[in-house]
Design a binder for this molecule. Structure first.
Ligand SMILES: Nc1nc2c(ncn2[C@@H]2O[C@H](COP(=O)(O)OP(=O)(O)OP(=O)(O)O)[C@@H](O)[C@H]2O)c(=O)[nH]1
Ligand SMILES: [Mg+2]
Length: 448
């Protein structure tokens, strides 16, 4: 499963993780390698393009380049993107009714895709979960189909419904459901016939069965080894018949993984299960997180990278808090914060994220000119001046104003503002009584 893809991803990540600091070029190279790996794995081209664009955009941001461990942060982004690619907003659980009534699962797909095998795996699984199951032999095309289902039904320990000599699968399914209701069976699984190709006759027959049985789940069964073909056919079935989910069979023999990675995105329906062998217990619930970890060739990548991310944010915040408390927060720190604001994206976007601000605040209301001026002023200072602003006397102020293309008045204003705000921040950080009164004030304001 995903052998070669996982090998490639692991090596790309190992490469990046080995670096203490990574550049934009490193990220670009890694993303390019990921693109080639996905294409080699037979992932749909459009899906690859979207994946790559989104990953590149996020990975080039401050979070990766400025992270304590850029390799881990990059992994986290790729991991999240894969999970996103595989996940469906509706989840991947079977939607069946309660046991007090009868639910219907309709299986369909091309010849040899694994429908009949799946029907008994699913029966076995649902029976273990306490449901009563009946299999329905609605494949009336292949001569040995009914016998095959009977043998498998026996393995699963569930009854198989058949009508000897009947030619119309709609009649069989309708009667089967009547019988299930009568026998108080809560789950009916319908095994239908497959065809070599998608043809009108197959589509028409399946549609008639679907209309007559009103299934709770209409599962398209796809052979993972057929790659993009499986994806295209699933799309066809979704458009012409309507499906509620996909089961990818022969996942155990699929070394590339293209179908799994493309399906959700192209067809718009969740993968609900994967078949991982021929035996009755070889059926797994499709877990996007586990698959993503598998693809990245990592064990518990999730908690690992989440920790790294927390550490990054926390470390940063703690560092600043300590500095403020110790009164060592300096102009260099202030400059870095100003620059971070730039990297967060356009002001319009940021404003949109502030509750209630949209429409009330516009970019013009923000003191952008002033902030840019401040940045220029700090940049014209020496390192020593940035960390010891009190030593900046008249002649230094003149030099700094000249160097930054501003006036001495501007420099004075910045220094005054910085002194005032760092004193205030220090007070907030260290004085509990002050904190309490400030909280009170804020609460009062919220009510006014
Ligand atoms: N390795 C592996 N083989 C599987 C899996 N699912 C099914 N098979 C095999 O694939 C072959 C076809 O499976 P069937 O269940 O008969 O397929 P079908 O869709 O019912 O085929 P038709 O009824 O002819 O349309 C059998 O040899 C199964 O053992 C799986 O998840 N892994
Ligand atoms: Mg079959």
């Amino acid at each position: 499963m995903f052998d070669s893809l996982s090998d490639k991803f692991s090596s790309i990540i190992r490469n990046l993780s080995g670096k203490g600091k990574i550049s934009e070029k490193n990220v670009e190279d890694a993303v390019e390698e990921i693109k080639n790996a996905l294409l080699d794995a037979d992932v749909n081209l459009r899906v690859v393009r979207r994946f790559i664009n989104q990953t590149m955009e996020e990975a080039k941001g401050e979070k990766v380049l400025g992270a304590v461990n850029p390799g881990q942060m990059f992994t986290k982004i790729v991991y999240d993107k894969i999970v996103q690619l595989l996940s469906d907003p509706e989840g991947n659980k079977l939607n069946l009714k309660g046991k007090d009534t009868t639910s219907v699962i309709l299986l369909m797909g091309l010849q040899g895709s694994g429908k009949t095998t799946l029907s008994h795996k699913l029966a076995y699984k649902l029976k273990k979960e306490g449901r009563s199951v009946m299999l329905v032999a609605a494949d009336l095309v292949r001569p040995a189909a009914i016998t095959q289902l009977e043998i498998l039904g026996e393995k699963a320990g569930v009854p198989v419904f058949k009508i000897e000599g009947e030619k119309n699968p709609v009649t069989v399914t309708v009667k089967a459901i009547q019988k299930a209701k009568h026998d108080l069976i809560d789950t009916v699984i319908i095994d239908t016939s497959g065809r070599m190709n998608v043809d009108d006759q197959l589509m028409d027959e399946i549609k008639r069965i679907k209309d007559a049985t009103n299934p709770d789940e209409t599962l398209f069964v796809a052979d993972a080894m057929t790659g993009q073909q499986a994806v295209e056919i699933a799309k066809d079935f979704e458009e012409k018949v309507g499906i509620s989910g996909v089961v990818l069979t022969k996942f155990d023999s699929d070394t590339r993984g293209g179908a799994a990675l493309s399906l959700r995105s192209v067809v718009g329906k969740p993968i609900k299960f994967v078949g991982v062998g021929e035996k009755i217990e070889d059926l797994e619930i499709f877990h996007p997180e586990r698959i993503a970890s598998r693809i990245l060739g990592m064990g518990d990548v999730v908690s690992l990278v989440e920790k790294a991310q927390e550490q990054y944010d926390q470390k940063e915040a703690e560092k600043l808090q300590k500095k403020i408390a110790k009164n060592t927060y300096d102009l260099q720190d202030y400059l870095e914060q100003l620059e971070k604001m730039d990297k967060m994206g356009s002001m319009d976007k940021l404003i949109e994220m502030i509750p209630g601000a949209k429409g009330n605040i516009s970019e013009e209301d923000l003191p952008l000119d002033e902030l840019n001026r401040e940045k220029a002023i700090i940049k014209s200072m020496t390192k020593f001046e940035r960390s010891n602003y009190r030593i900046i006397g008249p002649s230094r102020r003149k030099r700094i104003a000249k160097g930054s293309g501003t006036s001495v008045g501007d420099v004075n204003k910045l220094l005054k503002k910085f002194e005032k705000s760092s004193r205030l921040m220090h007070k907030i950080m260290t004085n509990k009584k002050f904190q309490a009164s400030m909280m009170n004030n804020m609460n009062m304001k919220a009510f006014m």
